[in-house]
Design a protein around this ligand. Sequence first.
Ligand code: GCU
Length: 418
Amino acid sequence: MKRNLFISFFASGLLTIIFNPVSLSQNLQGWEASPELVEKLSKDRKDVNYYEDKVLAYILPDPLETLSGERIRNKREWLKYRRPEILELFKTYVYGRVPRTPYSISFETVNENKAAIDGNATLKQVDITIGASGKSLVIHLSLFTPNTVKPAPVFLLICNRSIENIDPTRNIKSEFWPVEEAIMRGYGMAAFYNADVDPDNYDEFKNGIHGLLDVEPRKPDSWGTLAAWAWGASKCVDYLATDKNVDKKRIAVVGHSRGGKAALWAGACDERFSLVIPNESGCGGSALARRRYGETIEKINTSFPHWFCLNYRMFNNNEDKMPVDMHMLMALIAPRALYVAAASDDLWGDPKGSYLSLYHSLPVYRLFYPDMTLENFVPPLNNQVISGKVGFHIRDGEHNLKLTDWNFFMDFADKVWK
Ligand code: GCU
């Protein structure tokens, strides 16, 4: 009999979750990984688990119980005690801490075109210059706002792909940043290139913003590159909040894959983002680490030693010892809006684990919005589910950020922002 058993109960301060490995019926209940794809990927990578029935039972830390065992009963207690505690845990053990080094910041509009996109939008290209330690770096921010909507809600993309994907001249148009479509729907589009803030390679933290701000010797909880990109997104908001064309109450941060991990962390740290959209952000992003499905902490720390803080390596093949999991990162976004997206071929990024993170963040969201509910199985392909301030879709196909995804993001924004 096909069934899915979900049991949660509180035991010794821990939320215990047991998943029955027996598969769900695709048609009746929701999405499941294609068995053919699972077979194929498993053949290619014997060291990676893609089988749902090999996911072992795990226990998630309870977002509503403090480290000292106190129960969080309402939003006031959450905001006062548990939220700051969880934020600290993610700084200490996952993404690392931003140094306190003083720095200067200035904005210069280096190009403005009030008749961009066939006269429908205003383009501003703004240089955000950060200075410290006698050095400086520039984050090149591009911003299109619709001429008919002032001030406009804006999506800020952390671009982790090649810079052509965010071409301000619009000679190159990429689905990764579909400016024209967004403008037609009344949304502004902003983007910066992640490597402006920090290069995506292991350079012993000598370059990028680390080269400016890391004046003390590095510690086990010093920030990595994902935290640097997230910080860069916040510097863009420092500018956006000053721009009269931008509605500063409606700024979203969007990122894909490694950019999605950074977007989620940016959203957790910076409450000026009223909407947070991690697209296919997988391990170290939206996917529950304890499932050990697809990419794992050990794998990501080995391939990308610069992304996280050193402490994160304690959890290589040792996920159960982490005081957090990614449902708690999502809970940090509450009561703001959160949209999680996945793709059916991206099993490396664990679509199911990403949905379950969102699902398990709901006890926190419900402190603010008691009526929010989600099913405990992944929704069917290409179907958007929305409950209150959270939404999810799994698109069919490859690991990518496509116009289809953006259309779902904008549909969600239409609901939570308008
Ligand atoms: C690699 C990495 C992922 C990451 C992805 C990407 O596959 O293992 O964690 O999300 O690159 O950024 O495209």
